[in-house]
Design a binder for this molecule. Structure first.
Ligand code: HEC
Length: 116
């Protein structure tokens, strides 16, 4: 019964996402969005009080010009009112890089909250 098998795999995937969000088997995009929504969205979604807004390429352009490594360093170490690690203690280097790519326009145009 192929039916039953596919339902099982679907259930397995759903449980994986719900139960173990930090496990590597999850697609990186979903993990990135989830961590981002939890930690960075707070400030970077509307850009109140200075943070460059997600997907706002004009705001990100001059920052991007510093290079991804500098953006990563500022994320980890903090920069003015940008808190060190952006409040994400569970985030790894790769997560920060994916989130930076996400915010700097890699996914520009994607509706908020949608999986790319
Ligand atoms: C408490 C609010 C706040 C949170 C939470 C936050 N940021 Fe920021 N972020 C800022 C502000 C404010 C700036 C602008 C800093 C400046 O240029 O003075 C900024 C700037 C940045 C920059 C640009 C740094 C540069 O060199 O120009 C990056 C990259 C960034 N944030 C990434 C992140 C990531 C990734 C997260 C989540 C893990 C995050 N931020 C969470 C407030 C926040």
């Amino acid at each position: 019964m192929t039916h039953v098998r596919s339902w099982r795999s679907l259930l397995f995937i759903l449980l994986g996402i719900a139960g173990a969000p930090l496990v590597a088997a999850e697609p990186p995009e979903a993990r990135t969005l989830e961590l981002w929504a939890r930690s960075c969205a707070l400030c970077h979604i509307d850009g109140n009080a200075g943070p460059p807004r997600v997907g706002d390429s004009d705001a990100w352009q001059p920052r991007l010009a510093q290079g991804r490594e500098t953006l990563l360093r500022h994320t980890v170490e903090g920069l003015n009112s940008m808190p060190p690690l952006g409040y994400c203690m569970a985030c790894e280097r790769e997560d920060f890089l994916s989130m930076i790519d996400f915010m700097t326009g890699g996914l520009e145009g994607a509706p908020m909250g949608a999986t790319p």
